[in-house]
Each structure stands twice: as structure tokens, then as C-alpha cells.
Design a protein around this ligand. Structure first.
Ligand SMILES: Cc1cc2nc3c(=O)[nH]c(=O)nc-3n(C[C@H](O)[C@H](O)[C@H](O)COP(=O)(O)OP(=O)(O)OC[C@H]3O[C@@H](n4cnc5c(N)ncnc54)[C@H](O)[C@@H]3O)c2cc1C
Length: 353
């Protein structure tokens, strides 16, 4: 097995947020990988409305350089040959594939595309993700130590959110929104304002800017999303496996890699298994996207009302905490919300916040 990556390990543009679901699913997180453990998350809606939740199981925030370093070491220990080079061209040959770099052509009988949202492998074996299936992110890394307090900020009339995720040696501030020039211009301004309000305007002097696309497939795109074929398979972002509402992709990258490892000898099982274990959840998220970002509830923005109700209800705070930590599936969210109505009502009457 040969692992080709032009940059890894590197501080790739990412929040580095690892949900409790991911922490408990993969052995790698039982290691001493440096992390900030997060048990307090504040969700803001605009400037006047916020709620702080403490999930039952904490989340973590990691540096992607540290995570990448750990993964490369583990891959090497498992016998992988690591090549630090950029693949510029991929061609099918009678014996499999030829992967060209600047100075060589590497032969391979099977090709796994783990090369991110703009995957060359994906573009070579089928078609790349279309602009409407990509969200844009931009943000800043700020060096220093910060309280282990995660912040998520929703802005009225804005599709996306701003985050502040503290890591052991720096913090990642960023914003995710639709990839459309109107949205990105506004996103950058909103993020600068949020950071200035949070840390003071002088913070921008040490800020390191980043920007990157992230898959956010719509409901129709899931149906056409082919992730394996004759002699090839895609995992992680290359396969489009990201939660379109939150942008969470680390869990899905690991999970799809794990499923592929189990099915590689019977590749026809890979797609259906990913569909069952990941696709159903993410398709539901893509269907909820519109209601989440544009829906209204009791005469106001859906998110604003959720924050307001959670301020007054312990039950809703728990559900929200579980949703953020990955322990509340989108598939059962509606049912759980309906079942919680009596407890929420009691919370409101008795002031149990
Ligand atoms: C700004 C931002 C914030 C995010 N925040 C979070 C978060 O907080 N939590 C979360 O769970 N998810 C988050 N995500 C999503 C998450 O980063 C991805 O889903 C995850 O990294 C996917 O992993 P991957 O291995 O599929 O792809 P990537 O992590 O993108 O890795 C692809 C690798 O392929 C290499 N590569 C690409 N092309 C070539 C080539 N031609 N030749 C050689 N090497 C190549 C790159 O160097 C890179 O190392 C965020 C994404 C962004 C953009």
C-alpha cells in the first residue's frame, strides 16, 4: 500500500472539532493525541440571544497537523509506504492506474481517493463535486491558549455559522456558508466583526488566514453520488461525506475508511454499506438544511426560537447538546423533539433551565 500526499501532516483549514460520536468510535482517539476537551458550548443567535449547553459526553478539538502526524505514523507502522508528492494526472492502464507526479509515474492496481473536496481522483474516475454541492469556509488561526469553551454564532438572514474552536496551542475561528459571491463577502465581514468583539481588533495582526471548500450535498445529489467502481473507491470529502448543516466531516472520513477496509475484497458492498451507515443520516441532514437555515417557528427564525426555548428548558438543552456532540441522529430528531414536549412544558412551568 502506498499513501501519496503532497503536504501531510499539515495544519489544513479546519475547525478540528471532533464530536463525542467520533471520539467513542475510533481507537485513534484513545491515544495521547493532544486535544482541548470541550464540555461547554455557547450558541448565539445574533447579538442578544444565547444559550450555553454542556453535552453529556465532551467533544474535543485537535490540531489537524497533530492528527495527520499521528495518522501517518500509524500508517507507516502498518506497513504503508509514504510518498510526499502531488499527483497531477491519473490514467487507467491495462494493469490498473498510472499516477503521475512531476517526475514519475506510479503504478497501482487499486485506487482510493482520499484527496479532499476537490479530489483529482474523483474528477478522474467520474465527475467532481459541482459548485452547488460545495460550501465555502474561511477563517483564521490565532496562536495562544484559550479557555476550553466552544462558540457557535448564527446570524439572522445568513445561511451558515461562525465558530470559535479552541485547540491546545491556538484557536480556529471560521465561517461556513454557501459558495456564492454574495454570501462569501458578507461571511468575511461577519467573521471579522465577531472576532473583534470576542478578542479585540488587534488580534487580527497575528491571525493566519485560510479558506477552503467543503462538500455540502443537496438531497438530489446524494442519489447520484457514486463512490466506487471498477478498481477505485472514494472516502471522506472526496466521496462528499460531510454533514451539510454543520460541515462535520472528520467522523465520516474515518467511518468511510473503516467501511472500505472491511469491504475492499467485496467492493460491491462498499456503496450500500456507506449508504446505510452514513448516507441515510446525511441525506436527512440535507433535507433539513432548508428548514434549519430558512425555516420559521412560532413567528421567528427557527434557530432563534430554538435558542430562546433552550434558555428556558433543561430538556431542550440536553437535546441540543447531544445534537452538537453527535449523539443525537437527525433520523430520530423529530421523534425525540415530539416526545420531549411534555418535559419541555414542565421545564417552562417550573422554571427548570
Ligand atoms: C474550514 C473547515 C473547517 C472544518 N471544520 C471541521 C470540524 O470542526 N470538524 C469536522 O469534523 N470537520 C470539519 N471540516 C471538514 C473536515 O475538514 C473534512 O471533512 C475532513 O478533513 C475530510 O478528510 P479527508 O481525508 O477526506 O480530506 P482532507 O482532510 O481534505 O485531506 C485530503 C488530503 O489529500 C491531499 N491531496 C489532495 N490532492 C492531492 C494530490 N493531487 N496529490 C497528493 N495529495 C493530495 C491533501 O494534501 C490532503 O492532505 C472542516 C472543513 C473545513 C474546510
Amino acid at each position: 500500500m502506498t499513501l501519496i500526499d503532497s503536504q501531510a501532516p499539515w495544519e489544513k483549514p479546519c475547525g478540528g472539532g471532533v464530536t463525542a460520536k467520533a471520539l467513542s468510535s475510533f481507537g485513534i482517539f484513545e491515544s495521547d493525541l493532544p486535544r482541548s476537551t470541550i464540555d461547554r458550548i455557547t450558541i448565539y443567535f445574533g447579538d442578544s440571544c444565547s444559550v450555553t449547553v454542556s453535552p453529556n459526553e465532551p467533544l474535543a478539538v485537535v490540531s489537524r497537523r497533530e492528527l495527520g502526524k499521528y495518522l501517518m505514523e500509524e500508517a507507516e507502522r502498518a506497513g504503508a509506504n509514504i510518498v510526499k508528492n502531488r499527483v497531477t494526472r491519473i490514467e487507467r492502464t491495462p494493469r490498473g492506474w498510472c499516477l503521475s507526479t512531476r517526475n514519475t509515474c506510479m503504478q497501482s492496481d487499486f485506487l482510493i481517493g482520499a484527496d479532499g473536496a476537490t479530489s483529482l481522483v474523483r474528477r478522474s474516475v467520474s465527475t467532481g463535486l459541482r459548485p452547488k454541492d460545495l460550501c465555502v469556509t474561511l477563517g483564521y488561526f490565532i496562536p495562544g491558549t484559550f479557555p476550553a469553551h466552544m462558540k457557535i454564532y448564527f446570524v439572522p438572514e445568513f445561511e451558515g455559522y461562525i465558530w470559535s474552536f479552541p485547540r491546545p496551542t491556538h484557536t480556529s475561528y471560521g465561517v461556513i456558508t454557501r459558495s456564492d459571491p454574495g454570501w462569501t463577502g458578507r461571511a468575511k465581514m461577519l467573521l471579522s466583526n465577531f472576532m473583534a468583539a470576542d478578542l479585540g481588533s488587534e488580534v487580527m495582526q497575528q491571525a493566519e488566514f485560510y479558506s477552503a471548500p467543503v462538500p455540502c450535498l443537496g438531497p438530489n445529489s446524494w442519489k447520484k453520488n457514486q463512490i466506487s467502481g471498477d478498481g477505485w473507491a472514494l472516502i471522506g470529502d472526496a466521496a462528499g461525506l460531510v454533514d451539510p448543516i454543520t460541515g462535520e466531516g472528520i467522523y465520516y472520513a474515518f467511518k468511510s475508511a473503516e467501511i472500505l477496509a472491511h469491504t475492499i475484497e467485496r467492493l460491491e458492498l462498499y456503496g450500500p454499506k456507506v449508504d446505510m451507515e452514513i448516507g441515510r443520516e446525511l441525506t436527512r441532514a440535507s433535507r433539513m438544511y432548508r428548514r434549519f437555515y430558512r425555516g420559521r417557528f412560532a413567528g421567528a427564525d427557527f434557530k432563534k426560537r430554538t435558542v430562546q426555548l433552550a434558555q428556558r428548558s433543561r430538556t431542550l438543552k440536553i437535546i441540543l447538546g447531544n445534537l452538537i456532540s453527535g449523539n443525537q441522529s437527525y433520523l430520530t430528531l423529530k421523534k425525540n423533539l415530539l416526545l420531549s414536549i411534555p418535559s419541555v412544558t414542565v421545564d417552562m412551568i417550573w422554571g427548570r433551565s
